[in-house]
Structure formats: structure tokens, C-alpha cells
Design a protein around this ligand. Sequence first.
Ligand code: GUN
Length: 285
Amino acid sequence: MIISGKELSARLKAEMAERVATFPEKYGRVPHLVVVLVGDDPASVSYVTGKAKASEVVGIRNTTIRKPDTITEEELLGLIRQLNEDDTVDGILVQLPLPKHISEAKVIETIAREKDVDGFHPLNVAALWQKQPCVLPCTPKGIIRMLKTAGVQISGKRAVVIGRSNIVGLPVAKLLLDENATVTIAHSRTEDLPSLTRQAEILVVAIGRPKFVTADMVSEGTAVIDVGVNRDPETGKLCGDVDFASIEPKASVITPVPGGVGPMTICCLMENTIECFLAKVAPKA
Ligand code: GUN
């Protein structure tokens, strides 16, 4: 079965739109997400456009601020501090990656924790690993939602995550662990990776290499989540980290690229923006 992130996210966004439509009467306004894009990398431009479109569907106010890649680190940090102070802004997202002269760590820690819709702030990350309430990072949150919706039992399963980034690999491993899977975190240089991945009942791949996972690495009945977004060197088309054509017949469920994890990431960003908004306008006692 192919898990369509596109369809699931469309359904969830429609439900969110209904909720958000009640906000002006209840709270006097709708949530406001500010997305900052530095430079004009085509992939980043496309992601940011996707975030603006989803905001429109859900009824969230979106402001996209574009800055040239000549902006200094201090100028960017100054912009973030201004947005932190701005009471009309509920969520702040700075699209990554950033130009080399700007420290991503400094940018992430400058965003006010309560407006950190990405869940990247060190205090959010710490809260996640300490099982405290926090904003969950969008891609890992979307992956768990897809597995559950597809009826994949996570508890008691052997999960292998290939990739150890702060954005996907590490947090998705943590969320799977919290769902009582037994999790192994691997990477592209893990020795004898195929014998490890063949033991996986849930396989999440997030390393950014076209068709890195081949059919011999996957056992019959595995749930396969492909986080990769790459260009196929032969066809120039978008492709994942997984060789979809040869693995799809073996997998119990599999996510396509495009139309799998990507739309769910954006959907969870909408959810996080609503969460940050509600925490501000309707804080629980
Ligand atoms: N670049 C790739 N994925 C992401 C994401 O989830 N958030 C941000 N801010 N930048 C990204």
C-alpha cells in the first residue's frame, strides 16, 4: 500500500480550516506564521511557497519575508528579535539551510521558544528528550502520523532509522522509541547496513542520497518511510532515498516521493502554528 501524504494532509488541513474559521469569533484573529527565506535556492523557494499555499488553505495568515543572501548574521538576528517582540506574530520559521556566513545554531536559538513552530530551539529539543510538553518537529511528527493512519503498529516493532540529523533522524528515532519501538540509528557508513535494514519492520530513511536503499536491503512486509528529496541523476526527476519501483512490491506500506512525507511536514507545521497561537491566546490554567 502506498501511503499518500498528499491525501492525508489534504484531509487534515480541511479539518484544521474548519477549526481556524471559528478563531476570529473566539479569539479575535487567526494565527499568523512568518516564514523567512534567505537567498534564492530553488528547493528552498519551493518549500516556502508550499508553506504559504498550505497557510492559505488552512486560513492561517502567512507573511513570507525574503532577504538576499548578502544579509549579515546580525541583520538576520535583528529581524528575528523584532518578530519575537511582535505580538501579532505567533510562529516564526527561518528556512534552512542558510548561507555559510550565518550560524544556523545562533538563528535557531534566537527564535523565541514559544514561536518556534519548527521545534528546533534547544529548549524544545531538550523538552522532547526529557518527555516534557514541547512543539514536535514537523517531519518526525508527520511520519508518526502517517504510520498510525496507515494502521502500522509501532509498539514492539524493530525500527531502523538511517540518518542522524537534528531535523529528522534523531527526533524521529526518539518519537518511535516513545511509541515503544526498539530503535537502531544507522548512517550511510554503518558497517553491513543491508543486514541491519533487513531486520527492520519499520525503516525510515533520511540521508539525502538518490535510491540509496535497494531492494536487497528490505525484507518482505517492512513499512518503509522515505524522507529523501533528491534529483534522479539519470532522469532529473524528483526521487527519494529509496528505490521505490523495486521496493514497493515488498513493502507492507511505503511513502512515495514526491507526495509522501513532504506534504505531511507542511501539514504539521500548520498544526504547530495553531498550537503556538492557542498557547498564547487561550493558555491553559
Ligand atoms: N529545511 C528543510 N526542512 C526544513 C524544516 O523543516 N524547517 C526549516 N526551517 N527549514 C528546513
